[in-house]
Ligand binder design. Sequence first.
Ligand code: GLY
Length: 336
Amino acid sequence: MERRKFIKTASLTGVGLTLGSTLLNCDETVSEKITEQHSEAINDLYGIPLVVATWHVENATAKAMEILQAGGNALDAVEQGCRVEEADAKGQTVGKGGLPDREGNVTLDASIMDKHGNCGSVVYLQNVTHAVSVARKVMEETPHVMLAGEGAKQFALSKGFQSEDLLTEASKNAWEKWKINAQYQPIINIENHDTIGMLAIDKNGDISGACTTSGLAYKMEGRVGDSPIIGSGLFIDNDIGGCVATGLGEEVVKTVGSFLVVELMRQGKSPQQACEEAIGRIVNKPNSDYKNFQVGYVAVNKQGETGCYSIHQNFNMTKFQDGVNTQIQSDYFNKA
Ligand code: GLY
């Protein structure tokens, strides 16, 4: 860990500063040498597994890290990590136990993306807990990227997934209570836990990501959010990094949020700077109603640097690296 910190500091400050001044002096020989040192330092960061996720999901990141530590790949790690949350019937925003739409249907959206840029997703999936695994099957066992509704369900059943009732007593009771007034309003932070988006870097330095959600509570029947839309809820470019989103999906879709974050990193921004700029694109729109909704991003770059940022407070990222599985409180835009 200490060595890693030293390498990181050296690569980002000492070497970087020296590199900068050397380039200014136009000394090509020294510059090339330092560029080599710099890239060696960055390369040394490869092979150190990392998992980050939206919200407070230490059990999920622990599962993902267990896979990475055993030499598993990032794709298996993010799938297995997301499954932990999907299986937790107490969680009312993902998988089994998710809050239903206004008609009482629990409908799930999920996506997954690998190091090659392959991706799969499911939208409006009912009666199957592990939407993220169905998304992976779409990616690996069909010529398509996205399956929806009954087609997604039938595909899942054909692949051996079990059909089950996802509406728990607790979620049914909450829905019955909501129906008394039946007022639909996006809630800024749903109990500090919403869409689970996860990014992992494995021992080979390869990146994968996944996203899973039951979407907005009491949404209109048929509504789909950002999570299954590649580039919005999730985007991975194994040469650059990855990003996942949480919060009000409509606003993420309108700015193609996760793709934007990755492209900003490609242009040289750090994951933190990229997340902040992507939130800026939402809140700085003319007539933005940002005071009434939440969006949060979590990003990682190829060097293993991470960032997170949200519109409002109380968003956090869970990060597991170097044996430490911890929550990091996100900085946020709306400090007024
Ligand atoms: N971010 C999840 C959704 O809007 O459905």
